[in-house]
Unconditional design. Structure first.
Length: 275
């Protein structure tokens, strides 16, 4: 497969719209919010462990925890677009209160897109949890299928399209400037969030076999997302990750320890190898 040189070009930064001081402050705010979210996620994960399914959580509690997870995992990589749009808001809004309100709308729209995907994730976890509880041997097939799906998506055209969108904040700023004024910031956030979901949903799927509350797995996925979007060779790295997932799809059929998120509580790992 030929690699597009445009895809390999480094993602545009908002530096030409912000001074070094403003940029450093904005990045520190985004990093602080993400760090706080990670602290909350780690604290919650300590008491939950890694189990199949929704771990007894209802939809409201799951979505709340899901949003905290998305803030922790996604905010570092979404920072270039968020900061670029926030700067554009700052040039138009007359007061700090207006700027804060408009920025909150952007963030709210972005998280709304991930909330919608969170509902899908909840249904997927509930279904796989019920299946594994009734048929422990199905865990290896579910895990292999999840890795296979995620791996193939890394090579797909939709992944490439969404990744290009996420890597070009300046290009998106021009596009978003043409949105109608009514609830523009909310719609801009939701629009960018939808592309972000399109870029990263495959990476989130691997949390089914690895464990949705597996902190190490979440951290690894967050690093992959960050590198994909911000490194000059991000698209090449994305395909390398896809190849790794395809290898894991095969290995997981024979190595159940690779699937901690699909092992029922108090169930020996060897049950996953039973027919």
């Amino acid at each position: 497969m030929r690699l597009d040189r445009k895809a390999l070009s480094p993602p545009l930064r908002p530096a030409n719209l912000q001074s070094a001081r403003q940029l450093a402050f904005a990045w520190s705010v985004m990093a602080s919010i993400a760090l706080l979210a990670w602290v909350l996620v780690v604290d919650q994960a300590r008491g939950m462990g890694v189990e199949p399914g929704t771990m007894g959580m209802g939809v409201p509690l799951f979505l709340l925890l899901w949003l905290v997870m998305m803030i922790a995992m996604m905010f570092p990589s979404v920072a270039p677009v968020a900061l670029t749009w926030a700067r554009a808001i700052g040039r138009q809004a007359p007061t700090g209160a207006v700027r804060a309100a408009r920025t909150a709308q952007f963030v709210g729209g972005y998280l709304l897109a991930w909330t919608a995907f969170g509902l899908i994730a909840y249904g997927l976890l509930a279904a796989t949890g019920a299946l594994v509880d009734g048929h422990p041997g199905a865990g290896r097939w579910i895990g292999a299928g999840a890795f296979l799906l995620a791996g193939l998506y890394q090579f797909g055209a939709w992944k490439d399209l969404c990744l290009r969108h996420c890597r070009s904040p300046m290009g998106q700023l021009v596009r978003y400037a043409g949105f109608r004024p009514r609830a523009r910031d909310l719609r801009v956030g939701a629009h960018h969030g939808a592309y972000c979901v399109g870029c990263c949903w495959g990476l989130m799927v691997v949390l089914v076999p690895l464990g949705v509350m597996n902190v190490l797995a979440m951290a690894a996925v967050a690093v992959v997302i960050f590198v994909e979007k911000l490194w000059r060779l991000g698209p090449v790295f994305s395909r390398a990750v896809g190849a790794a997932f395809l290898v894991l799809a095969v290995l997981s059929l024979f190595q159940p320890w690779l699937l901690p998120g699909l092992i029922p509580p108090q169930s020996p790992m060897t049950e996953m190898l039973s027919p």
